[in-house]
Structures are given as C-alpha cells and as structure tokens.
Ligand binder design. Structure first.
Ligand SMILES: Nc1ncnc2c1ncn2[C@@H]1O[C@H](COP(=O)(O)OP(=O)(O)OP(=O)(O)O)[C@@H](O)[C@H]1O
Ligand SMILES: [Mg+2]
Length: 499
C-alpha cells in the first residue's frame, strides 16, 4: 500500500464516509476532491492510476479504471496518516468530457499557481523598489510641486500591482497569511479611494459604517482583496450606472437557524456590499464561487474573483451569503466573528499612529543590489545606521566584526550564497537574543522548507511599503523589554491599499 503525507483529511472524510460503494467497470472514473498541499503523481498497483494534481485550493484525485478484472466490490484507497485510516469509495461515475474538463481546470490552476510563485520573488522585489523610491521622491518634493500628482499615480499603480501579486499568491496559497485584530471600518476607509477609482464616475457610491464595530481577526491584505473583488463585480454588473453601497454592522446571533445559516450564536461583524446591477440567475448563483466560472466575455473576466473571496473567507473564518435575482441587483453579506473587547490588541492602534524612526544599527542583508540601495536610503532617512551585506556569508563576517553594535538584522530569505535562514541560524547560535526580521517575496512553501515559519521569527512579506517596514522594525526593536530603545515619531504616511 502506498502511503503519503496527507495532513488534511476532513474534506475527504466528509465526501467519502457513508457513501455506498458502486461497481466499477473499465473506462469508469471516480473523482474526489480534498484539501492537501503537496503534489503527487502516484503509480497505483493493479493498473489503477491515481493522479493527484496540485490545484491550489483543492487537490483533485482522478482514478481511472483500466482493467476489466478489477473487482467490482470496492475500491480501497487507503490514505494513512499517523492515526487515521480512510477509505475512498467509488461514489460517482463521471463522463469522460466532464472528467477532462476538471483535469484541464486543475492544470490551468496549477499553471497559474506556478507562474505566480515563480515570478513572485523578482516581481515583489521590483515593486518594493518602485514603491520605495516613489515614497522617497514624494518626501523631497514640496507640497505644491507639480510632479507630486505624477508620483502619487506611480504609487497608486504600484499598490495595485502589489495587490495583484498578493491576489495571485493568495490564490495559489503561497502567501503567508497573517490574521490580526482588525477594524473593518478602518480597512474600508483606507481603501475608499482605490475603490472609487475601481468603480468609476457613473456609479453612486455610498459607505455606511457602524460606529462601534467590534474588531475581527483577519489578514488586512486579504480583506482588501475581498473588497476589491466584490466592488469590481458590482461595477461590472452596473455598466449603465447604478448605486453601490458598502455597509458594516454588528449582528448578534442568538439561536439557530440564523439568517446566515451555519452561524453559531455570538457576535458578528457584517460587511454588506449591495449593488443595483443586472443581478444573477439561479445557475450563476450556484456556480458563483467556482474557479474559472465567469459570464464575462473572454478577456474581461477570469472567474477567479469570487473563488479567491471564498478561499480568503475560509482562511479568516468568514461566512458569505448572497441574495440576488435577475434584474434585481445583488447583495453580498459577509459575517466575521467579532472579537471581544479584551481581544483587540495594540497592533491596530498603531496603524493610526506614527511613522516610527530610530537610531539603532541595522545589518541589512539583500542580494538584489537595487533593492538594497533603496532600503539603505529608506532606513538612513529614518535615522538608522545601516551596515550592508550582499549575501549571507558577507553578512556573517560583518556581524562577527560589529556584533556589539548591531541591534537588528534585516535579511532576505532566499539568496544565492548562504540563505537568510542559514545566516539566522548561525547568528542565533552565537547570540540567541539577536533580533532578526526576514523579508520574503517568496512562497510560503519556500519559507516552510527553510524552516523560517517554524522558528517564530518575524517575517515581512514583500512587496512592502515604507510605513510597514519601519513599523515592523520598531515593533521588533521595542519588543525587547528593558533594553527597548526610545521611540521617536514622525507623521504617518497613509497605508497604501492592497499592501
Ligand atoms: N455583483 C454581481 N452582480 C451580478 N453578477 C455577479 C456579481 N458578482 C459576481 N457575479 C457573477 O459571478 C461570476 C463570477 O464572478 P467572479 O468574480 O468569480 O469572476 P469574474 O468577475 O467573471 O472574473 P474575475 O473576477 O476573475 O475578473 C461573474 O462572471 C458574474 O456572472
Ligand atoms: Mg470578478
């Protein structure tokens, strides 16, 4: 029996447990979807073939019967984890066309995932450079300089590109998700300008925010993505104009069944996005969250928007409901569990606070010279003293020479000569209390592979903007207790949407 390292059986269990075994004959296919993270191509004994494809969100296992003598009793596919044993029973026989379609979808998705993961590193480095220098130029111009608006446009475009890269990575599950206590009203207000640009001029846009909204636990980039996707769809549904309303409210659910079914009793934060567009028929509603399902012309929609929303909500404990009829517009409601007051942490308060500066010494390790240069300038302008290194081994030399002076190591993860992780390992071995921040534009598989995520160190996801970088540096430097240095502050730059 072949064994594999699956760690998530729940979906599979739901699908297979309790279903009757059906006879299998040659040419019949069995299809099962289940969550998993790894890619396997798995030669099956007795001439059964099991192809397991990485499809980003789900893994599709296709079992093709090729031999007549296969007994019709039951197909036992044993997936064995440490303490579980599951049987996959043939449950559904699909037509070849449907099967091939599923396979194509899975391959398409795999290609999207690979592409996203593959370009992420370079792309995120480039975006960090573009956005970083734009911020710096903006600083050096006077309030009335005619070029300000040009640079602001570059920054906006940079933010959108970053949001897009995040979207692709999130979709292929290669991004590190960082849920934190979050004020949804704040997230909406921050994104308002960008949303207005997405919507265009012909649509009336209203925002109604409930004043005392509990915080939610969510990744702010992902919440931005949800908003952008919902708003873009609403815009597409209102080509002749209309009204779009975004609303937040607090909802107490006391008993089941609730309006949003499946919600356990408790306090929820509801995000509602309502449009007066062309609405949806029953089939569209039923397929709304399917990957690659789109009613838009080729080139106008990829059908990934709502699939991404669904995936994000799954990761952030959100539940979505949809009310829509043809010609009657659409109303999407998303419910997030509200945090109790005590659960909110200061991280959120800091958002509206200050761009933090400092005078500590930072060892900066980054192999991409352009990016390193930009970071040196950013850090120097914020008051820090910077020691530069182009790879892990150079960094280790410099660290050994200057270790008493260095307060923080800010390092790239993946570098050609001695990775950031190797560097961190060495440094931590020699001086366990050294503070280290990893900058990563890479997939979280790479991070997991190198063991960064497990070591509990701080990770800053590329592309980042200056406020995020400086804030993270202060958080890490100030987290040290008595030896925490004095915090000085300057006015905050508004958080760029999508970053
Ligand atoms: N607010 C809405 N009003 C009417 N139809 C909608 C609305 N939101 C989504 N839909 C329907 O659901 C389909 C799937 O939406 P989804 O966002 O997943 O993909 P898309 O918008 O077609 O493409 P993409 O978002 O990848 O560019 C849309 O093609 C559209 O038919
Ligand atoms: Mg869409």
């Amino acid at each position: 029996m072949e064994h594999s390292g699956y760690n998530r059986f729940d979906t599979l269990r739901e699908q297979v447990v309790g279903r009757a075994a059906a006879p299998i004959s040659p040419g019949h296919h069995v299809i099962a979807r289940f969550s998993a993270m790894l890619l396997f191509v798995w030669p099956w004994p007795h001439q059964w073939t099991v192809i397991v494809l990485l499809s980003g969100i789900t893994v599709t296992a296709i079992l093709i019967a090729v031999r007549k003598s296969i007994s019709a009793r039951r197909l036992n596919l044993e997936l064995v984890s440490a303490n579980e044993k599951l049987q996959l029973l043939p449950q559904e026989v699909k037509t070849r066309a449907r099967l091939e379609e599923s396979l194509r979808d899975a391959q398409k998705l795999e290609a999207v995932g690979k592409l996203a993961g593959g370009v992420a590193h370079d792309f995120n480095n480039l975006l960090t450079i573009i956005n970083g220098y734009s911020h710096m130029m903006l600083d050096s111009l006077s309030q009335h300089d005619a070029f300000r608006s040009h640079i602001e446009e570059i920054l906006k475009a940079g933010s959108r590109a970053a949001a897009l890269s995040t979207q692709l990575l999130a979709f292929s599950r290669r991004r590190t998700v960082a849920p934190q206590p979050l004020d949804l009203n704040h997230a909406i207000t921050n994104l308002e300008k960008l949303l207005r640009r997405v919507i265009g001029e012909d649509i009336v846009f209203n925002i109604r925010l409930y004043p005392q909204l509990p915080r939610i636990l969510a990744d702010s980039n992902q919440i931005d993505q949800v908003l952008i996707n919902l708003v873009a769809n609403a815009r597409d549904a209102m080509r002749q104009g209309g009204t779009l309303r975004i609303e937040t409210s607090r909802v107490e659910i006391h008993t089941r069944p609730s309006k949003a079914k499946d919600l356990a009793p408790g306090t929820y934060v509801r995000l509602t996005v309502v449009d007066t567009g062309h609405g949806m028929d029953a089939e569209t509603k039923a397929r709304l969250f399917e990957r690659f399902f789109t009613t838009k012309l080729s080139g106008k929609g990829t059908g990934l928007g709502m699939a991404t929303v669904a995936e994000i909500l799954r990761e952030n404990q959100g539940t979505i409901t949809v009310v829509s009829e043809p010609g009657q517009g659409a109303e999407f409601s998303i419910f997030f569990p509200g945090l109790a007051v005590g659960e909110s942490c200061e991280a959120v308060e800091q958002e509206s606070g200050h761009l933090l500066k400092g005078d500590e010494t930072i060892l900066l390790v980054e192999d991409e010279a352009l990016l390193r240069q930009m970071l040196v300038q950013t850090l120097t302008r914020a008051g820090y003293f910077v020691i530069e290194a182009g790879d892990g081994s150079e960094a280790l030399c410099k660290w050994r020479q200057e270790r008493t002076a260095i307060d923080l190591v800010l390092t790239d993860v993946v570098m050609p000569i001695a990775s950031g992780v190797e560097l961190a390992r060495q440094i931590t071995a020699e001086s366990p209390s050294t503070r280290i921040i990893f900058m990563s534009g890479h997939t979280d598989e790479v991070i997991a592979y190198h063991g960064v995520a497990a070591s509990g160190t701080t990770i800053l996801q590329k592309p980042f903007v200056r406020p995020a970088l400086l804030k993270k540096i202060r958080e890490v430097l100030d987290a040290g207790g008595q030896d925490a240095k004095r915090v000085r502050s300057a006015p905050l730059y508004q958080r760029a949407p999508g970053l």
